[in-house]
Design a protein around this ligand. Sequence first.
Ligand SMILES: NC(=O)c1ccc[n+]([C@@H]2O[C@H](COP(=O)([O-])OP(=O)(O)OC[C@H]3O[C@@H](n4cnc5c(N)ncnc54)[C@H](O)[C@@H]3O)[C@@H](O)[C@H]2O)c1
Length: 308
Amino acid sequence: MEFKNISVIGAGLMGHGIAQIFAVKGCSVTLMDVKEDILSKALDNIRSNLALMSEHGIGPEEGIGPALQRIKTTQSLEEASEGAQFVVEAVNENLELKQNIFKKLDALCPRETILATNTSVISITQIAQSAENRDRIVGTHFWNPPYLIPLVEVVKGRDTSLDTMEQTFGLLKETGKHPVRVNKDVPGFVGNRLQHALWREAVSIVEHGIADPSTVDECIKFGFGLRLPHLGPMENMDMVGTDLTLAIHDYILKYLESSPEPSPLLRKLVEEGKLGFKTGRGFQEWPEQKAQQSRKSLQEYLLRITKG
Ligand SMILES: NC(=O)c1ccc[n+]([C@@H]2O[C@H](COP(=O)([O-])OP(=O)(O)OC[C@H]3O[C@@H](n4cnc5c(N)ncnc54)[C@H](O)[C@@H]3O)[C@@H](O)[C@H]2O)c1
């Protein structure tokens, strides 16, 4: 692998998982966070992720120890920048914080180092704004949990060079991820635009009394959702015919939700403190045990499909 020294800035939910991916593939990883307790928690989490993966037969062949030993932790951005060939930023989703970090990384890192941000929705171009060498700044949008979900959207900011795009794409492919190129820096990139188009319609169906929340989910889980891992919408439209798709769109699109604002039902739930799993109630009831079971079965499912 051409990239041997990787740094990850921010060791929270995403950062520790991203560090794990590179360490398992043999890279030396420097994991940086401003909080000492988060750093030690990150190492514990990586250890237990790898143990669980090993139980399912998809852990590192060399065992857990060597991968863990390749991860060094620090609270210093200077230390994390030293000798890093590829840096992934995974700090909180805050534009000013990210701009500040990229300005500093750009000043500290060797000129050829690639600087990537794991932002979910913020413009890569804006994040790069305060840095001088913006051609080396790129989006790498990993999905949670990053060590089990293969997709990484590699997002071209306005000033990202094609060389940065290609090197990033190549590195992610080498680490066993499934990178895709996003050619324009638009809010939500590709994955979240698709996901939230579906969620907006799902909420609208419930809000208008067309079906209850569990029915909406059943329509996906027992219906077209079964096809999705094998047949994306673009392939599906060709399969049924663009003529049939046109006829359907001609009739149905005017009836679909098109509000540019979040749903009033969603706002009401939040105002009433019905925040989902974390408060025991959202669109549906979530007693602690049911919420735990749901998290566990998702994890088991992801481990099973990763195993293949
Ligand atoms: N949570 C998800 O499902 C998900 C999915 C894809 C992308 N993302 C994106 O990944 C990024 C991180 O999200 P997360 O869920 O891991 O957040 P998190 O809150 O779990 O972790 C953020 C970490 O950044 C650290 N931090 C804050 N300021 C810092 C600084 N100046 N230097 C170093 N570390 C600093 C915090 O201490 C914290 O540990 C965000 O941009 C988020 O939008 C999140």
